[in-house]
Design a protein around this ligand. Sequence first.
Ligand SMILES: CC(=O)N[C@H]1[C@@H](OP(=O)(O)OP(=O)(O)OC[C@H]2O[C@@H](n3ccc(=O)[nH]c3=O)[C@H](O)[C@@H]2O)O[C@H](CO)[C@@H](O)[C@@H]1O
Ligand SMILES: C=C(OP(=O)(O)O)C(=O)O
Length: 420
Amino acid sequence: MDKLIIEGGHALKGEVCISGAKNSAVAILPAAILAGETCTIKNLPNIKDVANIVDILVQLGAQVKREGHDKLVINSNNINTYKVDFELSKKLRASYYFIGALLGRFKKAEVPFPGGCDIGVRPIDQHIKGFEALGAKITIEHGIIRAEADELVGASIFLDVVSVGATINIMLAACMAKGTTTIENAAKEPYIVDTANFLNALGANIKGAGTDEIKIKGVERLGGCEHAIIPDQMEAGTYMIAAAASKGDVLIKNIIPTHLDSISAKMKEMGIDIIENGDSLRVVANSRPKAVNIKTMPYPGFPTDLQQPMSVLLSVADGTAIINESIYDGRFKHVDELKKMGAKINVEGRIAVIEGVPKLLGAPVCATDLRAGAAMVVAGLSAEGETIISNLSHIERGYEKLEEKLMGLGAKIKRISEED
Ligand SMILES: CC(=O)N[C@H]1[C@@H](OP(=O)(O)OP(=O)(O)OC[C@H]2O[C@@H](n3ccc(=O)[nH]c3=O)[C@H](O)[C@@H]2O)O[C@H](CO)[C@@H](O)[C@@H]1O
Ligand SMILES: C=C(OP(=O)(O)O)C(=O)O
């Protein structure tokens, strides 16, 4: 089992280039099952979640060819099963997209329950409600979700909760359904727009992605296309927070700054300089940040996926901050780890009260989930002394070349294997 060792207290300085978005990639790759011709997908992040999705595509019989480090060419014509392997499915959250994609293509899907970060209850009732509205019969047996339909017919679906996964999954199933599907109270995250753009490039007719009402007119057949994944909002946000926590000066390149507006706004409120310029953004932090309150919200609100890294910056801020985690009921598992480094945080349900301390002190800590891992890295970079982070597999699901990128910014970070 590898560990990361960080010698903290070195300001990050320089430039970092952001990779393609995990949450777009893991939706668009399964969506390629609906394509009647070859798809070329570019700007894919080289992360475990993408590798896991590719393993499922291959298990189903798709031809997947890698070209260069960030490009895959996929042909789904030879897919010969609608059943996803149990072990592969539970390796990540996004395996749920195979339900929508296989149902859309074969009118049948068998997908074991997905895995993903353990951050509270994560039901998929809204996905199921959407598939049923389109005419599918859903049964759950022995941990496997079975979806089956004689035909899929467009329907009007009002989501009870704003769900990224349900919005995309219904889009996938509805693309080739008969008639028009309307998703109301749809999620608006950039991944939804990216996935809709990909499907439209294949020949789908989706309008309104990025708003809370999406209309999908079913088409007979989808073709192929070339598509580049958008930059990763969460990776970019993590580097913004890391730059500030280390009192650094970092130019974050290859981003869409509007996707980061809620983070930039909060960081400006904290007294950190954020300078946008085209597709890059510079973060300059010289002094201790001011404490601010945060409530996580669906896009364009402050993203839950950056709540954990942000809690590190608030741990060393001047004053007391309140975090209201409105999306998940268990996304504070990292707090016990941060306390080992001297953070003063009280958690009561979905609320964390953080009393800022002047500095954190390095300690052995564990990455309990993906963004908890990112939070530990940010904490290690800002802390005095050495931080040793274990349980790295979560971090590998979502961050491409983490050590390499941080070392490029002057961080003292290295990976060791247990036997080293
Ligand atoms: C692979 C992927 O894209 N993961 C992201 C996706 O996860 P995921 O798609 O799982 O998250 P959702 O947007 O669906 O979940 C949002 C909230 O809705 C609830 N809910 C969701 C679906 C449902 O059928 N019923 C229900 O009650 C969830 O418990 C949660 O409280 O969006 C989350 C919210 O931005 C992010 O944290 C994850 O990084
Ligand atoms: C919660 C996350 O991932 P997943 O939904 O894939 O578990 C995340 O990316 O922060």
